[in-house]
Design a protein around this ligand. Structure first.
Ligand code: CO8
Length: 258
């Protein structure tokens, strides 16, 4: 499917989704977020996709929600349209693993979109921020909640209250991103990680995602209970037998998603 604001390529079981509004530093408008939710739902259904990478340009992953689209809206407009809700709910429904490959600006909704992915790989020039305070508003796609869980209250308050940007080194130190690589290595590194994930049993990668995300939604005891139930359930699969036999037979496993 052709999109106005995205470029989607699928190769070797990895879908690469590029945000493509260079004229606005990939600012997130309703079209882009709607298309992204659609592309992710299609990738989730596609047997030729086992992992997804979302990226932007070298200058910007996304410089936030589109200020031009929002500036003249009233409270009633925002409330009655339920602005961005369907789109972000759609993005969050993705069951296959999603990696954010971030270069340049990931600000406001851009930082929030990166945090909705399963993990973030950053280029050395990445800059993260929640500068909504400079516009007289607050984060609205989960930034006050997710950034706080990633980096803790003190740094999250600092970012949201001052609107300052965090560079890639600070983002890695603070636990916001999993790895930092030179800009030229960003896509090769993210694609290599995605291909490694694509080699695993799809069921296992999907349940890893469910289990880790549970950590954000429940108590420790409930989360551990959920994980153990899933662990036991995986003993009903052929991939568990194959994975463990392959280890004992000193060979590579051949997973069949069964
Ligand atoms: N929205 C719309 N257009 C943008 C945005 C944006 N967020 N960011 C950049 N652009 C446009 C600029 O207007 C400019 O367009 P033009 O050439 O037509 O004037 C073009 O992109 C290039 O930008 P700059 O000339 O400003 O480039 P610089 O390199 O000088 O600066 C910055 C780059 C620092 C990234 C700067 O563009 C900037 O500060 N952008 C705004 C960052 C921002 O405030 N982001 C937060 C937006 S609010 C938000 O994200 C809320 C999310 C919650 C939504 C919740 C819904 C429920």
């Amino acid at each position: 499917m052709a999109y106005q604001t995205l470029i989607v390529e699928i190769e070797d079981y990895v879908a690469l989704i590029r945000l493509n509004r260079p004229e606005a530093l990939n600012a997130l408008n309703s079209t882009l977020l709607g298309e992204l939710a659609d592309a992710l739902a299609a990738a989730d259904k596609n047997d030729k996709v086992r992992c997804i990478v979302i990226t932007g340009s070298e200058k910007a992953f996304a410089a936030g929600a589109d200020i031009k689209e929002m500036s003249e809206q009233s409270f009633v407009d925002m409330f009655t349209k339920n602005f961005f809700s369907t789109e972000t709910d759609g993005i969050l429904k993705t069951r296959k693993p999603v990696i954010a490959a971030v270069a340049g600006y990931a600000l406001g909704g851009g930082c929030e979109l990166a945090m909705m992915c399963d993990f973030i790989i950053a280029a050395e020039n990445a800059k993260f921020g929640q500068p909504e305070i400079n516009l007289g508003v607050v984060a609205g796609m989960g930034g006050t909640q997710r950034l706080t869980r990633f980096v803790g209250k003190s740094k999250s308050m600092d970012m949201h209250l001052t609107g300052r940007f965090m560079d890639a080194a600070e983002a890695e130190r603070s636990g916001l991103v999993s790895r930092v690589v030179p800009l030229a290595q960003l896509l090769p590194e993210a694609m290599a990680a995605a291909h490694k994930i694509a080699e695993k049993s799809l069921m296992s990668t999907m349940v890893v995602k469910e289990c880790v995300n549970r950590a954000y939604e429940t108590t420790l005891a409930e989360g551990v209970h959920f994980e153990r139930r899933i662990f036991y359930a995986l003993f009903s699969t052929e991939d568990q037998k194959e994975g463990m036999s392959a280890f004992l037979e000193k060979r590579e496993p051949q997973f069949r998603d069964r």
